[in-house]
Design a protein around this ligand. Structure first.
Ligand code: NAD
Ligand code: IPM
Ligand code: MN
Length: 355
């Protein structure tokens, strides 16, 4: 049966890194893989006046996997708030119901010299952030910018989580921990926020009843940020909410040498399409120069092959090809090298041919 992979290149470096991911996908020669593409983000605002056209949303929901590049950029910051590129991404995540965002951060031995921390602190780093992706303060109501009777304006967002929303993402984190080192660190602000108190109680009860074999600890979000810099190798799976997960995954990601290496998978209920994206953004500071690192996009393709496209062997091949290219010294400028995006793609394709 044909599997559909929908590419949404988006903005800035998005199309540049996605071109390499497409070349890798095509080189795999998977007979039943259909690769489709659609405008999204700022690029879609310019064409259709909105970041996520209804027709594109339909195609995403009908695909098996969606691979997104990046959205956003200075050209679109003056758009109405609900029409900015980032709003299109949030709408897509919610429409697809992808509540569990897997953001792995693993330091490759070959890149230890690129890590911003001392080798003895980051050596062996291999953690997974499981970020809740379709709830919390990103989506909670009420929200908006209101005017007080005095005329002063007030900005408002609401952090809100139900027990069911907490349990379903926590279940994903516990289940994945079983295939890793069996340890979950649940991160919240239970000392300050009621939603954090409920998060902690709910995760704790689930751990005790359904996952007694997984070691569970709770940590406050500020302390987790500190520990990620002080002793990052002690983490296995970090389970956290939408906002803390956004912050902590950038932090954890950069520990591996560059945001340009970090893929992510966003998953919903079994059988629904997954959404795959690099964790980096559109990088307006380097967009258009052909020097962005395509590894995160290519590794996101690997996650799509594994989790949504029923092609785990192809996923392994792609990951091995990226690792070998890096081991052999292929480096874009963010990793201290001078390869262009295309040349880095070539290096990955060359290894793929050997794998
Ligand atoms: P960013 O991730 O785009 O860039 C941060 C830094 O990392 C920049 O110096 C950039 O050059 C570098 N970088 C990022 N990806 C790289 C790559 N593949 N290769 C080499 N260097 C890379 O974050 P930002 O500058 O804060 O945000 C820019 C825009 O992207 C904003 O509009 C933001 O909303 C959007 N954004 C989108 C996504 C997404 O689409 N998933 C994620 C984050 C930010
Ligand atoms: C990410 C990004 C997005 C987020 C933005 C672009 C909506 O920062 O995927 O990490 O905040 O979730
Ligand atoms: Mn982010």
């Amino acid at each position: 049966m044909a599997r559909i992979l929908l590419l949404l290149p988006g903005d800035g470096i998005g199309p540049e890194v996605m071109a390499e991911a497409r070349r890798v996908a095509e080189a795999l020669g998977l007979a039943d893989l259909v690769i489709d593409e659609a405008p999204f983000g700022g690029a879609a605002i310019d064409r259709f006046g909105r970041p996520l056209a209804p027709e594109v949303k339909e195609r995403a929901l009908a695909a098996d996997a969606v691979l997104m590049g990046a959205v956003g950029g200075p050209q679109w910051t003056d758009q109405p708030f609900d029409r900015r590129p980032e709003a299109g991404l949030l709408e897509l995540r919610q429409a697809m119901g992808v509540f569990a965002n897997l953001r792995p951060a693993r330091l490759l031995p070959a890149l230890i010299d690129r890590a911003p921390l001392k080798a003895e602190i980051v050596e062996g780093l291999d953690l997974l952030v499981v970020r809740e992706l379709v709830g919390g303060i990103y989506f909670g109501e009420p929200r908006g910018i209101d005017r007080l009777p005095s005329g002063e304006r007030v900005g408002l967002n609401t952090q809100r989580y139900s027990e069911g929303e907490i349990r379903r993402v926590a279940r994903v984190a516990f289940t994945l921990a079983r295939c890793r080192r069996g340890r979950v660190t649940s991160v919240d602000k239970a000392n300050v926020m009621e939603s954090g108190r409920l998060w902690r109680e709910t995760v704790d009860a689930l751990g005790r009843t359904e996952f007694p074999d997984v070691a569970l600890e709770h940590q406050l979000a500020d302390s987790c940020a500190m520990e990620l810099v002080r002793r990052p190798t002690r983490f296995d799976v970090i389970l956290t909410d939408n906002l803390f997960g956004d912050l902590l995954s950038d932090l954890a990601g950069q520990l591996t040498g560059s945001l340009g290496l970090l893929p992510s998978a966003a998953l919903g209920e079994a059988g629904r399409p997954g959404l795959y994206e690099p964790i980096h953004g559109s990088a307006p500071d380097i967009a258009g120069r052909g020097i962005a690192n395509p590894c995160a996009a290519v590794l996101s393709l690997a996650l799509a092959l594994r989790h949504s496209l029923d092609a785990p062997a192809a996923a392994d091949r792609v990951e091995r090809a990226v690792e070998r290219a890096l081991e052999k010294g292929a480096r874009t400028p963010d990793l201290g090298g001078s390869l262009t995006t295309r040349a880095m793609g070539d290096a990955i394709l060359e290894e793929l041919g050997r794998a």
